[in-house]
Design a protein around this ligand. Sequence first.
Ligand SMILES: Cc1cc2nc3c(=O)[nH]c(=O)nc-3n(C[C@H](O)[C@H](O)[C@H](O)COP(=O)(O)OP(=O)(O)OC[C@H]3O[C@@H](n4cnc5c(N)ncnc54)[C@H](O)[C@@H]3O)c2cc1C
Length: 479
Amino acid sequence: MEQQDLIVIGSGPAGRRAAVQAAKLGRRVLVIEGRRRVGGVSVHTGTIPSKTLRETALNLSGWRERGFYGSSYRVKEVICGEDLGTRLGMTLEHEVSVLEHQFTRNNVRCMAGTARFTGPHELSVTGDDGTEQMVSAEKILIAVGTEPFRPADIPFDGHHVVDSDAIVSAPRVPRSLTVIGAGVIGLEYATIFSALDVPVTLVEPRETFLDFVDREIINEFIHILRDRGMAMRLGSSVDRIEIGSDGWPITWLGDGRRIRSDMVLFAAGRQGATAALDLESCGLAVDHRGRIAVDPATFQTEVPHIYAAGDVIGFPSLASTSMEQGRIAACHAFGLPVPPAPKYFPYGIYAVPEISTVGLNEEDARKRGIRYEVGIARFRETSRGHIMGLHSGMMKLIFSLRTHRLLGVHIIGEGATELIHIGQAVLNLRGTLEYFIENTFNYPTLAEAYKVAALDAWNRMPPVAAGEEPENLTAEAAE
Ligand SMILES: Cc1cc2nc3c(=O)[nH]c(=O)nc-3n(C[C@H](O)[C@H](O)[C@H](O)COP(=O)(O)OP(=O)(O)OC[C@H]3O[C@@H](n4cnc5c(N)ncnc54)[C@H](O)[C@@H]3O)c2cc1C
């Protein structure tokens, strides 16, 4: 049996970052991957494909130019599945080859097959052809990610009724689309296809969605989507989906209404991909969604030499955070000190328009009893916004009234997921409103919105009293 220092199960963001980190520490590392090629959900069905489809849709539809040339403007008159698929294939090929090269350069070995525990340090790996190999390691990282939740009563067929895996495996532009679930994934696809002028109906059983995002930003988002004709059925449960005689699915809602569309995307949740692991053999259990509990500081499971990182441990389930978790797990496993991660990380929602957020929203600040002031900038108030023809987009900054410290940044509109990092740096470095007022920003840029929003708040804020200590947000969060 092959003996390794570290075995990583899964080659997504958490697994690959852990593997490379451990290899850089001079350890023997083996990555086991069930798919034919490395990269995980992130590269093959999740982050990269959805962002590539988004970019293709925005470019070919001429979306970013419509502020000037009107809503009928298009770069390509007829956009079909082949247009989406071609760019998707090229991007994925490039991503995979970069990853394979990274593994080769760092002497990380890869084994194709499905891993299953046979003991606390031992695994059996079954290849596509059914052959089995035994491997073992001092430390093991479970980074198997998640898979779409597929209830048995939903008639998935990969063409008219799809999940988020199928929608990218053979992309097509449907005549009309019903999206079930207003989570991040559902919203991204609903708005991408709506940007391609596909009539979209969004169905969500709850009255609200994206509850971690500032309400004012969500209200703005809902307004933008309704304004461009997207039907939103909030507070509507799905009773059943039937296939009509013409092959098109009919979604029946709890209140008796029906929606007939060419395609239904069922995007109501994901579950840990732990079923094949036979976790009892190593002394671990999972929750009702197949997720594994870990120590959030070290990513150790209840069995100390077995770590878990990425989506399989639950929130926040982002590629960005998964990479960090993998790196920390590998450092801890091999005795490298790891300082605690900064409290606030950005959340990017690549809908059209995009949304990004970091730190406290108004509701969080109120719950913590922090007195605050808000500054708002509309992108159309910036020269860059005029040049780009932007009619929507806003930035909202939240400052402590007492100390002027930046508490939260919330952005909707073009470039939100990039712009957020300025706010993230100021926030995690404990900066204040004065940073934005006193510093010069490139002109004309959308980043200038920081200055506009800060000045907006400053107009209503008293100066900081002498001797005021900045809030310790980290300590407050731990309370
Ligand atoms: C549609 C969509 C869009 C997304 N967009 C974003 C985004 O814009 N930004 C962002 O930060 N995040 C995004 N995410 C989330 C992101 O993809 C995940 O957070 C990330 O992929 C999780 O990484 P991971 O390391 O947990 O493993 P994953 O990427 O989930 O990969 C796990 C791998 O483990 C393998 N595996 C599973 N079981 C076994 C086994 N028994 N043996 C061997 N191999 C196994 C699987 O084949 C898979 O390749 C998106 C997700 C989806 C679905």
